[in-house]
Structures are given as structure tokens and as C-alpha cells.
Design a protein around this ligand. Structure first.
Ligand code: CTP
Length: 442
């Protein structure tokens, strides 16, 4: 069965379609959000059982639509039992309910995981020879593809072109993770962690925005705290866990950005669709940020880099001495990464965001000190945390003031770090849009 309706993005510009979507959401207030989990034929289908479980257990009404090939990997009884709904691959089952149209029309979100090269080729070309491909043509909600395949297939020009087509129509194609593939080989092509795919899907669903406003943008985010070693076992460090930086990376990916996350000593799972680069010291963080920022539209320095490092690091562990003498530590200053990338912009129109945790002192209030820091560092936006009442490190929540170079200050009330992340991206997208192409923000 085929359909002649246009693809999702054509409809995003179509007011009648928007009206239909609004009407659907309004008439279903209080109902569970409807998610279609499309599964195409790849070995990673087994990981989608976990994604399904998380979606169902968190109150979503999930309809699984596998392809015939997907059922070679995970059988229909598993999908039916985990979702509590019968599954079909063809358009002829229960045809009185017109499933080839109804499932897509009624969905609040469609996520295809894993999405094979073949499935994305069909979707890009509007083919509709089974229930899943028909559903993709009738869906008017956000559509996510989570590809999983061997690196060669992911990098093939045909797949690259199909992914570009899907993205240009407003679908979000999540970058695959790197690591061990089905055989002994490693590379890019793994399905991201199901728990992170779940967070991704939930983020898109909660925001209810169908157009990914950071699509086509490359954003670089730093997270965590750097460590400066005195010897092989001891270091100078800080308590940053990286939660806020990870929330920023996750939110940017859900808004369609290409995301590079430079993570210093974090112990968090890689967010779906995000390239993670690991560093330990401020010098390593500086090198990765400077090189990634060359192609970045935005850099957000959420990391807590150590400002000082020991002048020398010993190869052997420093021992106590019997006379009770303590070693003398000579420290040298580390580079100020935020100031460097802000003052030596590598790209026109780049938006650079810094963080400041302040307490206020005899010389000024939190905002006075933050304004001085914004001017000193030369960035475009400063996210100011008032930490007078206690640290935000490790907490799932945060609150902040977003201070911009023009003196504007926006209060972001107490909420989750994900909510603060979206408030920051809301501000950044406006700054990016304000910059006329070809002009320099400085
Ligand atoms: N930062 C940086 N490089 C450093 C230190 C900090 O890029 N060596 C960045 C942080 O990632 C953050 C911002 O600068 O975005 C402010 O960090 P903060 O620790 O408040 O700034 P400091 O320069 O250390 O200022 P001070 O200690 O004087 O308050």
C-alpha cells in the first residue's frame, strides 16, 4: 500500500497540519503519550526490548512496529508481551482499523531503533511496502531514527545521502555510537545505550516541539572536572560530576545538533548521538576544545578546569619520610580556555558560553562579580550559579541567571539540569539566529 502524502517536514510548514496536531494533543489531554517503536532488521533489535520496557514502565502507550527482518532477531511474542499490544509487520492485519494510516496519525512520537541502512533508504525515498514504512509516511509527530550498522554501511555515500535527506525533512537521525560491532571489529555504528535512547525520546516528547532547531549546528560542550597529578596516585581536582554538561549535550542532540562532548574524568553513560572525547587535565581539555571549536557554532564551557597544576609530576609515588617533613608543592597556572577561545574566535558568529559559580563577597554581589567575569572572559553568555547556599555539584537540580554581553539577565528558576540546559539552548539559538551570516560577533 502506498500513500501520496508529503513527508514530515513539508507538513511542519503547513498550518493545517499544525492545527491537526494541536487538535489531537488537546483532545487527548490526560491520556498516555503514544509512542511508535519501529524496529528494523539488525542485531541491535535486542537492545530495543530494554528501550520498550523503559518507555512502557514510565507510562507511555507503546505500539511496536517491527519489520519482517526484525522478527528474525526478536520474535513477535517478545514485543507483544513487553508492550501489551499485538504486533504486526504487514498492512493487512486488522485492516478494518486502517492501521497503515492510523498508527502514524495517532502517534506523539515515532522512534525507529535500530534503523538499518535499508529502512532509512526506504524512508528517504518514501517507499511504503510494510506497516513501518507506511507509518513513517503518515506520522506528523517528531520522528527519530537510531541507526545501527557496520561502519562501512554508515559511511557509504548512499547512506550518507539518505541520512541527509531525512534530516532535511525534519527527522532527527541520532549519530551511532563508536565501539565494538557485531563481529570482532570496532568502529562507528553501535546503537546507543537504551537508557540514553529513552532519555532522548523522552526529551523530544516532553518538549513537544517537532522541529529540531539546532539541526545543522555543531556544538561543543565541556563537562566534568580536570585533575592535575602530583604523582601516579594523587591529584588536585574538584567535585564536578559533569551532570550539567551531560544534560547540555543530551539536550543539544535532541534538538538536532551535531554534538562533541569533551568530558573530564566523568563516570556517566555516553549520551545518545553525542561524540564523547575523554580528557584528564586542563592542558588536554584546552587542546581538545581549541581543535573542536574550529568547526563549532557554539562552545559551552560547563567543565570545571583546575586553574593550577603542580610544576612537576613525579613518576614514582611520593613517600612519607620518617622525620615528618612534608613535600612542598609548587604550582603553576593553567591556561584559561574560555578566555582564550573567546578572545581568539576561530569562527565568525560563534556563540561562546561560560559558567560561573559565585558566592558574592565584600567587593560585590554575585551578579556584580559575574558581570566582571563576563567582561574579563569575553564570552557571549555567562550561566551564573549562586552557590552561597551550598554547592550544585552532584545535584540533579540547578538554578541560574543567564547573563549576556548586552547586560540582559534572565532568571532560570530552580528545576532540573535538563530544564536549565534547554533554557541555555533557547538563548543560544536566539543569539545564533541574530547573527547575520558572515558577520563577526566580536
Ligand atoms: N574556565 C576555563 N579555564 C580555566 C578555568 C575556568 O575555561 N582554566 C572556564 C570554566 O569552564 C567556566 C568559566 O571559565 O566556564 C568560569 O570558571 P570559574 O572557575 O568561575 O572562573 P575562574 O577563571 O577560575 O575565575 P575565578 O577563580 O577568578 O572566580
Amino acid at each position: 500500500m502506498s500513500s501520496s502524502v508529503p513527508g514530515p517536514s513539508d507538513h511542519r510548514a503547513d498550518h493545517r497540519a499544525d492545527h491537526r496536531a494541536d487538535h489531537r494533543a488537546a483532545s487527548r489531554e490526560g491520556e498516555r503519550p503514544r509512542v511508535v517503536l519501529g524496529v528494523s532488521g539488525g542485531i541491535a533489535a535486542y537492545k530495543s526490548c530494554e528501550l520498550l520496557r523503559r518507555l512502557s514502565e514510565s507510562g507511555h502507550d507503546v505500539t511496536v512496529v517491527p519489520t519482517e527482518a526484525a522478527l528474525e532477531f526478536v520474535g513477535a511474542p517478545t514485543w507483544a508481551a513487553l508492550s501489551g499490544t499485538p504486533v504486526a509487520t504487514d498492512v493487512w492485519t486488522g485492516v478494518h482499523a486502517v492501521p497503515h494510516v492510523a498508527i502514524g496519525q495517532q502517534a506523539d512520537l515515532v522512534i525507529v531503533a535500530p534503523a538499518t541502512a535499508d529502512l532509512m533508504a526506504k524512508a528517504a525515498h518514501g517507499l511504503a511496502d510494510d506497516l513501518l514504512t507506511n507509518t513513517l509516511l503518515t506520522a506528523r509527530c517528531p520522528v527519530l531514527f537510531a541507526p545501527a550498522m557496520h561502519t562501512e554501511m554508515w559511511e557509504h555515500p548512499a547512506t550518507v545521502a539518505n541520512v541527509a535527506t531525512l534530516r532535511s525533512r525534519g527527522a532527527v537521525v541520532i549519530e551511532p555510537a563508536e565501539g565494538r560491532l557485531t563481529g570482532a571489529d570496532t568502529g562507528k555504528g553501535r546503537l546507543p545505550d537504551p537508557s540514553e535512547l529513552f532519555e532522548f525520546a523522552r526529551d523530544v516528547l516532553t518538549r513537544g516541539v517537532s522541529s529540531p532547531d539546532l539541526a545543522g549546528r555543531h556544538v561543543v560542550v565541556s563537562a566534568g572536572g580536570t585533575r592535575e597529578h602530583l604523582d601516579p596516585v594523587r591529584f588536585l581536582g574538584n567535585s564536578s560530576t559533569g551532570l550539567q554538561g551531560y544534560a547540555l549535550a543530551r539536550a543539544a542532540a535532541a534538538r538536532g545538533a551535531e554534538v562533541t562532548l569533551v568530558a573530564a574524568n566523568t563516570a556517566l553513560p555516553d549520551p545518545a548521538g553525542v561524540k564523547v572525547v575523554r580528557v584528564r587535565t586542563t592542558a588536554e581539555l584546552r587542546d581538545e576544545i581549541v581543535s573542536a571549536s574550529v568547526s563549532a557554532d557554539t562552545v559551552v564551557m560547563a567543565a570545571a578546569p583546575a586553574d593550577f597544576r603542580p610544576e612537576a609530576t613525579t613518576e614514582a609515588k611520593i613517600k612519607k619520610t620518617s622525620d615528618g617533613a612534608v613535600p612542598e608543592l609548587k604550582l603553576v597556572q593553567n591556561p584559561d580556555i574560555l578566555a582564550e577561545i573567546s578572545h581568539e574566535r576561530s569562527r565568525e558568529g560563534q556563540v561562546i558560553v561560560g559558567f560561573a559559580a559565585e558566592t558574592g563577597d565584600a567587593t560585590g554581589s554575585v551578579l556584580d562579580l559575574a558581570r566582571a567575569k563576563l567582561a574579563r572572559k569575553g564570552c557571549d553568555l555567562l550561566v551564573v550559579n549562586d552557590v552561597s547556599g551550598g554547592a550544585v555539584f552532584g545535584s540533579p537540580d540547578n538554578k541560574a541567571v543567564l547573563l549576556d554581553v548586552d547586560g540582559g539577565a534572565v532568571d532560570v528558576p530552580h528545576g532540573t539540569k535538563a530544564a536549565l540546559a534547554h533554557a541555555i539552548w533557547d538563548r543560544v539559538t536566539r543569539l545564533l539566529d541574530e547573527t547575520p551570516a558572515g558577520s563577526d560577533r566580536q
